[in-house]
Design a protein around this ligand. Structure first.
Ligand code: NAD
Ligand code: GDU
Length: 328
């Protein structure tokens, strides 16, 4: 396969690029490096530019034999999207519109899209199934839902086949420690806790302890970044083999509260980690847990690193060896 990966220099994108290359696939990356890192890509052709640049997309599609796209490039922070919704509609929805338009023009008719659990909003049941209602509680989830719909209509009209992967909370790092998670500023729970374990923060803020959960803190389903990478690989194979579009949840089916995640990080790192309750963060649903049975049955997906301790230990290995991320 010859694959264009948008957002390939980002956290999940770079792990997926590495995974695809290890399987002998031909990969090129489009990333504007607003969040991504050149150093997260070894020996991969990078087009540094914006999704919305149609002439750059023309150049990419004419000078490479791209047969499919994996589309990660997006703004992806729940809290930030509530504060800056227009930036999210512009970068995510309008950016995807330009990409999809150019794919159709250049007859590149296979795409795997990074969707999210945030499309569901407050779930009507857990574990969440793909057919459950999608009522996002934040603009970020709404932009992803809009893109899913754009893809569905583009399938009917132009034969663009898509797999939308609704991942729950990506976490962990390459087990060999070659690459990992590095966002500035960091906002994700596990890297923030590990920064506190390294002494780079004095404490972790727990955003709300008055949710309707056992310990009052939000519950999430954490999924290893390499298990996500594997699902993208399987999704591409599925589109090529069956020519069918689909939507799949990706998670482990087990929820951990913010307090449980902090406790797990204390065990893995052996460090005391200070935590303090702070106000709720806008846009957060109380509980998100996946049913990923459909991905297991239809894509043949089998997560390899399901235990939270293992996920955290891979992240801890990366953070210990790269306390300043890619900036050595
Ligand atoms: N991290 C999670 O837990 C999670 C969960 C569900 C879904 N997702 C989705 O997965 C994808 C990747 O997430 P991530 O955590 O790796 O994020 P990330 O910010 O690390 O990666 C996104 C990459 O896209 C690039 N990018 C953004 N806008 C761009 C544009 N207009 N043109 C070119 N490049 C652009 C950034 O520079 C970055 O390298 C996102 O679409 C996100 O919404 C993430
Ligand atoms: O310092 C922090 C950071 C986070 N949290 C809490 O920890 C949980 C996880 O928060 P993250 O920011 O790590 O992740 P989100 O659940 O907000 O979102 C992530 O997973 C979503 C899917 O569930 C999205 O797709 C999104 O892109 C991705 O960032 C949330 O309840 C959040 O309120 C804290 O209590 N303190």
């Amino acid at each position: 396969m010859s694959i264009l990966v948008t957002g390939g220099a980002g956290y999940i994108g770079s792990h997926t690029v590495m995974y695809l290359k290890e399987r002998g696939e031909d990969v090129i990356v489009l990333d504007n490096l607003q969040k991504g890192h050149r150093a997260a890509l070894s020996d991969v052709k990078l087009y540094q530019g914006n999704l919305q640049d149609e002439s750059l997309l023309d150049e990419i599609f004419t000078s490479n034999h791209v047969d499919s796209v994996i589309h990660f490039a997006a703004n992806s922070l729940v809290g930030e999207s509530v504060e800056k919704p227009l930036e999210y509609y512009e970068n995510n929805v309008i950016g995807s519109y330009h990409l999809i338009k150019k794919m159709v023009e250049h007859k590149v008719l296979k795409i795997v899209f990074s969707s999210t659990a945030a499309t569901y909003g407050n779930p009507v049941r857990v574990p969440i199934m793909e057919e459950d209602p999608t009522v996002p509680t934040n603009p970020y989830g709404d932009t992803k839902l809009a893109i899913e719909k754009m893809l569905q209509w583009a399938d009917g009209a132009y034969g663009l086949k898509s797999v939308c992967l609704r991942y729950f909370n990506a976490a962990g790092a390459d087990p060999e420690g070659k690459i990992g998670e590095d966002h500035t500023p960091e906002s994700h729970l596990i890297p923030i806790i590990l920064q506190a374990a390294l002494g780079q923060r004095d404490k972790v803020s727990i955003f709300g302890d008055d949710y309707p959960t056992e310990d009052g803190t939000c519950i999430r389903d954490y999924i290893h970044v390499l298990d996500l990478a594997d699902a993208h690989y399987l999704a591409l194979k599925k589109i090529s083999e069956t020519g069918e579009s689909g939507i799949y949840n990706l998670g482990n089916g087990t929820g951990f509260s913010v307090k449980q995640v902090i406790d797990t990080c204390r065990i893995v790192t052996g460090n005391e980690i200070r935590a303090e309750v702070a106000p709720r963060r806008a846009g957060d649903p109380a509980v998100l847990i996946a049913s990923a049975e459909k991905a297991k049955t239809e894509l043949g997906w089998k997560p390899q690193y399901s235990a939270l301790e293992e996920i955290v230990s891979h992240a801890w290995n990366w953070h210990q060896h790269h306390p300043n991320g890619y900036q050595e």
